[in-house]
Ligand binder design. Sequence first.
Ligand code: ADP
Ligand code: MG
Ligand code: ZN
Length: 427
Amino acid sequence: PPRDDRAARRVLHDVFGFSSFRGSQQAIVDRVVAGHDTVVLMPTGGGKSLCYQLPALVRSGVGVVVSPLIALMHDQVEALRLLGVRAAFWNSTSSAEESEAVRRDVRDGRLDLLYVAPERLLMPSFQSLLDDAAAGAGLALFVIDEAHCVSQWGHDFRPEYLRIAEVTARFPHVPRIALTATADALTRREIHQRLRLDGAAEFVSSFDRPNIRYVVEEKTDARAQLLRFLEQGGDGAGFRGSAGIVYCVSRKRTDEISTFLRQKGFDAIAYHAGLPNEVRAAAQQRFRRDEGVIVVATIAFGMGIDKPDVRFVAHVDLPKSLEGYYQETGRAGRDGEPAVAWMAYGLADAVQQRSFIMRSDGSPEHRRVDSAKLDAMLGYAEASSCRRRLLLAYFDEKSGDCGNCDTCLEPPELWDATVPAQKVLSA
Ligand code: ADP
Ligand code: MG
Ligand code: ZN
């Protein structure tokens, strides 16, 4: 309806300070404002937040945002308050007084957006709060952010996500919007099924990140190669003083490689799930605030990292899936400036990953899926044609040769078997 359309544009301009919508934002916003369930697949940095924040302001009542990361919640709420939006979060870090203030604000209709962790959403106290809101000022919408956390195959799996649909089912007239930057076919299907979003329209944006250059090197000595990349990569200028992430397969290796980089004069810190909370929080904060910090990490480092000027993401070990690789490399170049996704790959890594799968105690189906995911990753690592084209094809997106990956820039020399054969024959 035109009235809503005008309201949405006004909020876009007056509250968020943007002159126009980006990509499919307008279509998504229109649909959510009109009260329909929606699934949004958009790459990192694409502008997913606006797709639910704006409708929450246009529709009456409070928008409830389910988000898996407490640190992220905090940042989002702070940013919204600076824009004058009435936003709050309610999680395990909230004091009794803060919790009571949230309850009061929801009951009195004084909140536009409320961020909660999935385990909070499921608590009886939160259920009664939802009932109060529905009976009072209303529920504007339910937002399921990082919706891929519902997928049991991914490393971000959160069991509480499987129960979100039970909660939202009690409010069938409240629209739901699920958003993610992960989108292979299997994860997409799981989002629709497990969140019971069968009737939802799906908006799929292009997953291309044209400013990221993809490069794979054959692994001989990972440490020496990483050092060479950091000193000479990125068109020769190197990455001294730039922020970046180095992904490793194990905790031990993050220690080893971060120590090595420090010896070589880089400001490198290790990060993995085995470190105490304070150490991890401090590492995240240094990475965000200081210039030129390199985090050497396992995949535990990542979700919610929205530092705009990450200039490179390096993999010294092979990731388990192309989906994971896309997410990890997607943390580079969010500001749109040139960035590099570099990987050292050797056959031994493929053998190791394969044996992890075979030795895992998952079901045969689990192994089959993991194995297929690894195959796609190997297809990329061993490609002799455009890597971006392969990566996008994995997300069902067709594209031409990109001109900004190693195979486009320096096509591998095809070994011509006829030459040695002729030599042998003529000898
Ligand atoms: P995502 O959650 O998809 O990773 P964000 O919602 O954090 O992305 O948005 C990424 C950046 O793009 C933010 O800095 C945001 O302010 C900006 N942005 C989003 N929509 C617009 C728009 N319509 N015009 C200009 N900037 C926008
Ligand atoms: Mg986001
Ligand atoms: Zn290419």
